[in-house]
Write a protein that binds this ligand. Structure first.
Ligand code: DP6
Length: 326
């Protein structure tokens, strides 16, 4: 009753921003991401009749109580599905620089979903795993798959048609993502709380929902045509629109720091000099820059020159989940 799984993080090119059901993690809009090779989580789950409660170790240490609670709630869903009452020990190793603003929840819950389902004896296909991972963290639904992935919002109230599916394979288009870590002491509004506040209070949220439909059509065309300019333009514009909704929230909030804006402006300046780079930003101050392989080094050098830039991690398109054997 034991299984180990490796799952990679993903970065949304068209953002998931807003839930229509918080319990089931049903989103208000489709989103589209690229899975990244560099950052991942390896999780081992072992169900054991002798355990009196669930246990969760993160990077070798007992996890904090709020994290433990979320994992136990997730395992409850798995137990209900399997019709079992047995507890588990969960060991997770995160190879994700959390300081770089990468949500380890995407790779974390994708790995936990696949490992716990296998360990308890559920035989789920990838679509079912995506639905299960979604109920730990929305963006985890996309990390089951490699390459370029779309998460369909679905329309059913029970979430039965809400899962991710691949659009292009890992090897289909070699784009690069530079994760640019900036120096910051900012306290952040977590994505879960941020999207909730925006849905409930921002008058710009309706505009976001309207715009995202169009952006999805454009990015899917760009992916099919391998048109990098079209892709980059819509990626950057979509991130800006998501962040604009937070300014209209009550109380308003902003994920950017002055260092964030400096990096954004440098990316735009690079384009003026004929080097194609586009940024995207999640619920934090760090910036991800999307580019083509031939420009990667030049972009790195220009960004490394800014003194607000702390570190730059280079990523390629990554694979979906893999089951590991001991
Ligand atoms: C801005 O998946 O972390 O990164 O479903 O509440 O766990 P929960 O949220 P999460 O939100 C990610 C938001 C985002 C955009 C994205 O990844 O699509």
């Amino acid at each position: 009753m034991r299984a180990s799984v490796k799952a990679h993080t993903n970065i949304a090119l068209i953002k998931y921003w807003g839930k229509r059901d918080e319990q089931l993690f049903l989103p208000t809009n489709n989103s589209l991401s690229v899975t990244l090779d560099k950052f991942y989580t390896i999780t081992t789950v072992e169900f054991d009749e002798l355990l009196q409660s669930d246990q969760f170790f993160l990077n070798g240490k007992q996890a904090e109580s709020n994290e433990m609670k979320k994992v136990a709630q997730f395992l409850d869903r798995v137990r209900t599905k399997a019709n079992r009452t047995i507890y588990a020990k969960v060991d997770s190793e995160n190879h994700v620089p959390t300081a770089a603003g990468f949500a380890s929840s995407a790779s974390g819950y994708a790995a936990l979903a696949a490992a716990s389902a296998k360990a308890i004896g559920l035989n789920l296909n990838q679509r079912e795993l995506s639905q299960l991972a979604r109920q730990g963290s929305g963006s985890a639904s996309r990390s089951i798959f490699g390459g370029y992935v779309e998460w369909n919002k679905g329309i059913e109230e029970d979430g039965s048609d809400c899962y991710a599916a691949p659009i292009l394979d890992t090897d289909a288009w070699d784009l690069r993502v530079l994760s640019v870590e900036v120096t910051t002491k900012a306290k952040k509004v977590l994505s879960r709380a941020g999207m909730k506040r925006t849905v409930e209070t921002s008058p710009f949220f309706a505009g976001w929902l309207e715009a995202v439909e169009e952006d999805l059509i454009t990015i899917k065309q760009a992916l099919q045509e391998r048109d990098f300019t079209k892709l980059g333009q819509v990626v950057e514009a979509n991130a800006l629109k998501m962040h604009a909704t937070t300014l209209g929230a009550n109380p308003p909030f902003m994920y950017w720091q002055s260092a964030t804006v400096e990096v954004m402006q440098e990316v735009q300046a690079l384009r003026e000099r004929g080097i194609e780079a586009y940024f995207t930003i999640d619920a934090g101050p760090n910036v991800k820059v999307v580019c083509q392989p031939e420009d990667e080094q030049k972009i790195h050098d220009a960004l490394a020159f800014l003194h607000v830039v702390h570190d730059i991690h280079h990523c390629r398109v990554g694979p979906g989940i893999t089951y590991l054997t001991d």
